[in-house]
Design a binder for this molecule. Structure first.
Ligand SMILES: *Cc1c(COP(=O)(O)O)cnc(C)c1O
Length: 351
């Protein structure tokens, strides 16, 4: 079966080889204070710079998930609360967790088909971090780079935090446009779940130090102190970090991955546009995700297409939340190879 589920998603086919290598090279029992581990952490940082264009002065940290990053931000990077813009379920969940920690958390919910226009918004004075879900996996919509540029201009004093869980590693992100970025490896990184990535600008690191929050196992200052030595605050997912290292080594630079993702998505969109049976979940191309394709229809049409796909050996992702039965989501992630992509295209063309 080929999985086009947008998370947990299909993994890179090279993984069995990497698993074996990890075993043979004693990675699986490597201590997280050992030289082996420190070298591995350092190389992952280097690979994020080379392959994903993470700026030199940004810090890369390991967490357990994107969900954990939601909490770390509220816990360690603000005393006043955060300000959330969202159009779907993941953005809403982030807001809900944040509000549990700071009562003064604020939000603006926008229509995914209208997008989000920073210049039309009055920013509250209090909350000091703006939280945006770059790729809203639940409704297959995304926020473009120019919106981040506008956001920077509109609120220069505030830090920007970006949930890029289902786009980091799949499209090119301009890390300089925000201070806090996070993701999980089970989406565009094509790896098994259980490892999160948190990336901080110098300003965010400074803010954490200035606030000085400590005492929790995942207090950001504690994570940062360890990261300076290329160690982690707890016993981490060493296998996950090894797989990340190996798969990044094998990858091309992100601008090529980005170009391929965009051209593949264009091909899929051309198919959808040419079929009466298929309708976009988001009608407006400028607000559509490049890594997740959303198709909508009646419950019977949606269950029909999923069942038909399974017969052909393809798993299409179910809808999410209240869109569960009326949409499908198709991952356009780098681990899908050309042959698998052709099968998907042929299936959609013929459906
Ligand atoms: C998958 C996803 C998450 C949750 O990731 P976990 O690693 O399960 O915590 C958060 N945000 C977005 C946008 C996602 O797609």
């Amino acid at each position: 079966m080929i999985s086009f589920s947008p998370g947990p998603s299909q993994v890179f086919p090279e993984l069995p080889r990497y698993f074996q290598e990890a075993f043979d090279n004693d990675i699986l029992s490597a201590n997280h204070r050992s030289q082996t581990f420190m070298n591995m952490y350092q190389e992952v940082v280097q690979l994020f710079r080379e392959k994903l264009h993470m700026p030199e002065d940004y810090q890369l940290l390991f967490t357990s998930s994107a969900t954990e990053s939601w909490e770390i931000i509220s816990q360690s990077l603000t005393t006043k609360g955060t300000f959330h813009f969202y159009s779907g379920h993941f953005g809403k969940k982030w807001y809900d967790y944040a509000q549990h920690i700071h009562k003064s958390t604020e939000k603006i919910e926008f229509d995914p088909e209208q997008g989000f226009e920073p210049f039309k918004v009055d920013f509250p004075l209090d909350p000091d971090i703006i939280c945006v879900t770059q790729n809203e996996t639940s409704n297959a919509s995304a926020i473009d780079k120019d919106v981040f540029e506008e956001l920077r201009k509109k609120a220069p004093g505030k830090m920007i935090a970006v949930d890029a869980t289902s786009s980091m590693g799949g499209i090119e992100l301009d890390f300089n446009l925000a201070d806090i970025w996070f993701a999980s490896v089970q989406k565009c990184f094509g790896l098994p779940a259980g490892l999160g990535i948190l990336i901080l600008s110098p300003r965010a690191v400074q803010k954490a130090e200035q606030i000085g929050e400590r005492g929790r196992y995942n207090s950001l200052n504690f994570i940062l102190e360890n990261a300076r030595k290329y160690q982690t605050h707890n016993t981490p997912n060493v296998l996950g970090i090894y797989l990340l290292q190996r798969s990044l080594q094998a990858r091309e630079e992100i601008q090529f991955t980005d170009r391929k993702a965009r051209s593949r998505m264009q091909e899929l969109e051309n198919i959808v546009a040419g079929k009466d049976t298929l309708r976009y979940l988001n009608k407006f191309p400028e607000h559509r995700s490049r890594t997740v394709l959303g198709i909508t229809g009646t419950e019977s049409m949606i269950s029909g297409i999923k069942a038909e796909a399974v017969k052909k050996g393809l798993i299409l992702g179910a809808g999410y939340g209240n869109l569960k039965n009326t949409s499908i989501r198709i991952a356009n992630f780098p681990a899908i190879n050309d042959e698998q992509f052709e099968k998907l295209k042929n299936f959609l063309k013929e459906y």
